[in-house]
Ligand binder design. Structure first.
Ligand SMILES: Cc1cc2nc3c(=O)[nH]c(=O)nc-3n(C[C@H](O)[C@H](O)[C@H](O)COP(=O)(O)O)c2cc1C
Length: 350
C-alpha cells in the first residue's frame, strides 16, 4: 500500500499564492515560515517546500517583491523540525554543482536525511538578467543540456571521492566533495516541456505537475511516469492546489470571493508577462488561474467533506502521488485541514 503525500508550499514570498489585497496578509519572514514549518511537522504533513524567486511582480501588493532565499531558509527549518521532509529550490544556472553538492551534504546532516532539491533550469529571464546572470547564449534546449550535465556531476560528487569531468559546460579536475550525504537527497523538478519531462525521467524522484485542467493533469502525470519507466526508474507526481476551507460550502465560497475581490490586476499582468516571455506561459504554475483571479493555482474549496472528496477525486483521476498545498491563512487553515481532512485522505491508499 502506497500512501499519498501531502505537503506544504511555504510562503517564502510576500502575498503567498494569492495576488490580492483582500486575502490574509502574508509577509515572507523567517519567523512566519518557521511557524508554518513547525505546524506542518506537528500536524502530520509529509513535506515542506520553498520556491526560489529573485524578483517580484509589483502592483499595489508588490507581490513576491519580498522573498527570502530557499536553501538558507530550509537549513533553519531543518533544525526547527523533526520529521517532515525539507525540500528547497536550486537554479542550476546560478550555482556551480560542486558548491551545491556540499551545501546539500550539509543539509542532509542538519535534517538527518530529510532533505530534497527542486532543480530549476531557469526560465524567467528578468529574475536573472537583473543580476547579470541570464545566459543569453543558452536557449531552452541548451539550458536543459547544461542542467543534465550539472545533475550528473552532482550525483558523481555525492558518490565518488574524486571527480574529473570535461564536458560541454563544466570542467572538474580531481574535484573532491567529501563527506557524501548519508541519504541521497530527493531530486524533484517541475518543467512541463518535453525536455523537462525527459530530464525528470532520467534524474528525478518526483515531478511537480502543472496543467490547464484535470484531464491535462492526468496526461502529464502519465507522461512523467512513462519518462521514468523508459529509464528503468520510477517517479512520483505531485500537483499544487490552494485549499479554501469553510464550515460549510457557502462559507468557503464566501472566503473565496472575498479574497478574489481584491485581485491585483497589475501584478497579475506583470506575472503573466514574465512567465510568457521565454516559454509558453501556460507552462508557468497556475497560468490559467492567474488570468481569471488572484489565485495562482487550482483552488479546492468547500466544507471539510467537500474538500476531502474533491482531493480524492483529483488524486485518483490524475493518478497523483500527492499534492503540494497552499492555504490562505496558513497555520489556522492547516490546523483545520489536519483535523478534518487529512485523516480521511491518509486512510485512502494509492
Ligand atoms: C510546483 C512548481 C514549483 C516551481 N518552483 C519554481 C521555482 O522555485 N523557481 C522557478 O524559477 N521556477 C519554478 N517553477 C517553474 C518550473 O521549474 C519550470 O521552470 C517551468 O515549469 C518551465 O519549465 P519548462 O520550460 O520545462 O516547461 C515551478 C513550477 C512548479 C509547477
Amino acid at each position: 500500500m502506497n500512501e499519498r503525500d501531502y505537503g506544504i508550499f511555504l510562503p517564502i514570498s510576500n502575498g503567498g499564492w494569492i495576488v490580492s489585497d483582500t486575502a490574509p496578509k502574508i509577509e515572507a519572514t523567517y519567523d512566519y515560515n518557521r511557524e508554518v514549518a513547525v505546524a506542518a511537522d506537528q500536524l502530520g504533513f509529509d513535506f515542506i517546500m520553498s520556491q526560489a524567486k529573485w524578483r517580484g511582480y509589483g502592483g499595489r501588493t508588490d507581490h513576491w517583491g519580498r522573498t527570502l532565499e530557499s536553501m538558507t531558509m530550509m537549513a533553519g527549518l531543518a533544525e526547527a523540525t523533526e520529521r517532515v521532509k525539507i525540500w528547497s529550490t536550486v537554479h542550476t544556472i546560478l550555482f556551480n554543482p560542486a558548491i551545491i553538492a556540499k551545501m546539500f551534504t550539509t543539509l542532509d546532516q542538519i535534517s538527518a536525511g530529510r532533505c530534497g532539491m527542486n532543480i530549476v533550469v531557469g526560465s524567467f529571464s528578468q529574475e536573472f538578467a537583473q543580476m547579470g546572470m541570464w545566459p543569453e547564449e543558452l536557449d531552452h534546449a541548451s539550458r536543459y543540456r547544461y542542467s543534465e550535465e550539472w545533475t550528473r556531476i552532482l550525483l558523481d560528487l555525492w558518490s565518488k571521492d574524486e571527480v574529473t569531468h570535461h564536458g560541454e559546460f563544466f570542467d572538474l579536475d580531481q574535484c573532491s566533495s567529501r563527506p557524501h550525504p548519508a541519504v541521497t537527497p530527493t531530486l524533484i523538478s517541475a518543467g512541463r516541456s518535453p525536455a523537462g519531462l525527459a530530464f525528470q525521467g532520467k534524474y528525478c524522484d518526483a515531478s511537480f505537475l502543472s496543467a490547464h485542467d484535470l484531464t491535462g493533469l492526468r496526461q502529464v502525470s502519465r507522461e512523467a511516469k512513462d519518462a521514468a519507466t523508459e529509464h528503468g526508474r520510477s517517479l512520483k507526481t505531485y500537483a499544487m492546489a490552494t485549499v479554501v476551507l469553510g464550515d460549510t460550502d457557502a462559507d468557503a465560497d464566501r472566503r473565496y470571493e472575498l479574497y478574489g475581490a481584491g485581485a491585483d490586476q497589475e501584478a497579475l499582468q506583470n506575472m503573466a508577462i514574465a512567465y510568457g516571455m521565454p516559454v509558453d506561459k501556460n507552462a508557468a504554475p497556475g497560468a490559467k488561474a492567474q488570468e481569471q483571479s488572484g489565485f495562482q493555482t487550482e483552488v479546492i474549496k468547500g466544507s471539510a467533506e467537500t474538500v476531502t472528496s474533491k482531493i480524492e477525486e483529483m488524486v485518483e483521476y490524475a493518478k497523483l502521488d500527492g499534492l503540494m498545498l497552499i492555504f490562505p491563512d496558513y497555520v489556522p487553515d492547516m490546523t483545520a485541514f489536519a483535523a478534518a481532512v487529512l485523516p480521511s485522505l491518509s486512510a485512502v491508499s494509492a
